[in-house]
Design a protein around this ligand. Structure first.
Ligand SMILES: NC(=O)C1=CN([C@@H]2O[C@H](COP(=O)(O)OP(=O)(O)OC[C@H]3O[C@@H](n4cnc5c(N)ncnc54)[C@H](O)[C@@H]3O)[C@@H](O)[C@H]2O)C=CC1
Ligand SMILES: CC(C)CCC[C@@H](C)[C@H]1CC[C@H]2[C@@H]3[C@H](O)CC4=CC(=O)CC[C@]4(C)[C@H]3CC[C@]12C
Length: 409
């Protein structure tokens, strides 16, 4: 293949910005890059002076015509756009609309529209089986709200873009509602993936749409080649939740209080390595279409296995914070109670204000369930090796947190 034009819906987000910078630094054949996002960042201006033609397009993935216009003429689309909301800021309907598709062509084990509350997709991963989506009846066209990931797929098909890389998530697999641990598992590890929260539900559905689109004929007759990357919890420069923990620690006099047992391992991966995996997949999909098409890959690197809080302290301790307690300060039942109380307050206050604290039943369950991956599938399939060592990732993240500190003073 000669020169490459790439499209990146979601290119202004935390991960998207790293993907954009990585493409520009590490993809010599790139001649044009279209960054498509609801909110364009001011940092885009500095990219426009380089040899690659960079076009920033403000647009909405739920608007089919906007997506199609942005995708037309590209070789590869890296779809990192999404509504990452586990705090109840957006409605389940909005999360579904942005992350998956419009009402109601997908149903999950029940009637459409109830998915966000009662019926979640439930499937078993790692059994070599992928269940078909259950397709419901289509509504009259005037009732169709616009879909997100489905629009990206249709745009590729209609405009003839042959390669689609989708940013999925570990959340597609788990932790599940039963709190089963996933201990150093890989892409083939059996695990009962049962979701009840709109975010993992939407990611699971969107991933299936993307994988099932593999092999569809795009304009011109060639087959669409798709694959999905599943990062665990991403950290690094630009990580909003890390910033929140840092500020919370400052407010508490330089202390954070342990809430989760140190024995609960949580998978984390450095944003630079996640971006690098996306670039490699985009590069290799053409040559290795038969092997990689329709596949999922966990995103991994050499980041150590630790609890969520202990891992964060790798960056926050050098910035002057300390984690109080070798064991959780509050009993678990009290955390469960507080999480439920937060959920109730969110619901009660909704007509007046948006109350969306970090602690809710879902975030507590995720933080309190071991979920770590150990795999080399990406290395075997397309030669992935982490670009950043753990030491490098750590240093870069610490420097960024220190920058957050000085910029907020
Ligand atoms: N942050 C994490 O730890 C993980 C994130 N992911 C996935 O990675 C992807 C990127 O996540 P982050 O960078 O963390 O989130 P982010 O919120 O920083 O970035 C998402 C981007 O998508 C854009 N976007 C949202 N709605 C849009 C719409 N309707 N039209 C166009 N653009 C829209 C946002 O403006 C934002 O720039 C998401 O798909 C997320 O599900 C997966 C695993 C872990
Ligand atoms: C105060 C609590 C006890 C601790 C709160 C921590 C939580 C806010 C976070 C713990 C685990 C995080 C999630 C995890 O890293 C997996 C994710 C993958 C994604 O695709 C999106 C983000 C997230 C759901 C991430 C969100 C924050 C946590 C729940």
């Amino acid at each position: 293949m000669g020169q490459v034009a790439a499209g990146n819906p979601g290119g202004c987000g935390f991960l998207g910005e790293h993907v954009v910078r990585m493409l520009l630094q590490r993809e010599p054949r790139l001649c044009e890059l279209r960054i498509f996002d609801l909110h364009l960042g001011p940092w885009l201006d500095e990219l426009k002076t380089g040899p690659v033609r960079v076009t920033a397009i403000q647009g909405d993935v739920t608007q089919a015509h906007e997506v199609a216009a942005a995708v037309a003429g590209t070789h590869v689309v890296i779809h990192t756009a999404g509504l990452v909301d586990v705090f109840g800021k957006a409605s389940p309907e909005t999360i579904h609309e942005v992350n998956v598709q419009g009402w109601p062509s997908v149903t999950c084990c029940g009637s459409p529209w109830t998915w966000g509350r009662k019926h979640m997709p439930s499937s078993t991963f790692g059994m070599g089986r992928r269940k078909k989506l259950q397709l419901g009846h289509s509504p009259p066209p005037h009732l169709l709200p616009s879909p997100g990931t489905q629009n990206v797929i249709e745009a590729c098909v209609q405009t003839g873009t042959q390669f689609l890389v989708y940013t999925s998530s570990m959340e597609v697999v788990g932790p599940n509602v039963k709190g089963h641990p996933f201990y150093r598992g890989n892409e083939d590890t059996p695990y009962e993936a049962v979701h009840r929260h709109p975010y993992p539900c939407s990611k699971a559905l969107a991933e299936r749409l993307v994988l099932e689109a593999n092999g569809r004929k795009v304009r011109g007759g060639l087959p669409l080649v798709t694959c999905a990357l599943r990062p665990t919890g991403i950290y690094g420069e630009g990580h909003q939740i890390m910033r929140d923990f840092y500020h919370q620690g400052l407010r508490l006099g330089g202390r954070l209080f342990r809430a989760i047992p140190a024995s609960v391992e949580h998978g984390r991966v450095y944003v630079g390595n996640v971006a690098w995996m996306h670039v490699l997949v985009a590069r290799e999909l053409e040559q290795r279409a038969a092997l990689m098409g329709g596949q999922v890959y966990f995103c991994y690197d050499k980041s150590p296995y630790k609890s969520y809080e202990d891992f964060n302290m790798e960056f926050l301790r050098p910035c002057g914070l300390r984690l109080v307690g070798t064991r959780p300060l509050l009993p678990y039942w009290l955390l469960v109670f507080l999480a439920a109380l937060n959920a109730l307050l969110q619901w009660l206050l909704r007509p007046l204000l948006l109350y969306a604290p970090l602690l809710n039943p879902y975030t507590l369950a995720v933080a309190n369930t071991t979920f770590t991956v150990s795999t080399n599938k990406a290395q075997r399939h397309f030669g992935y090796e982490p670009l950043f060592s753990w030491e490098d990732s750590r240093t870069r993240t610490i420097r960024w947190v220190q920058g957050v500190e000085s910029s907020s003073q």
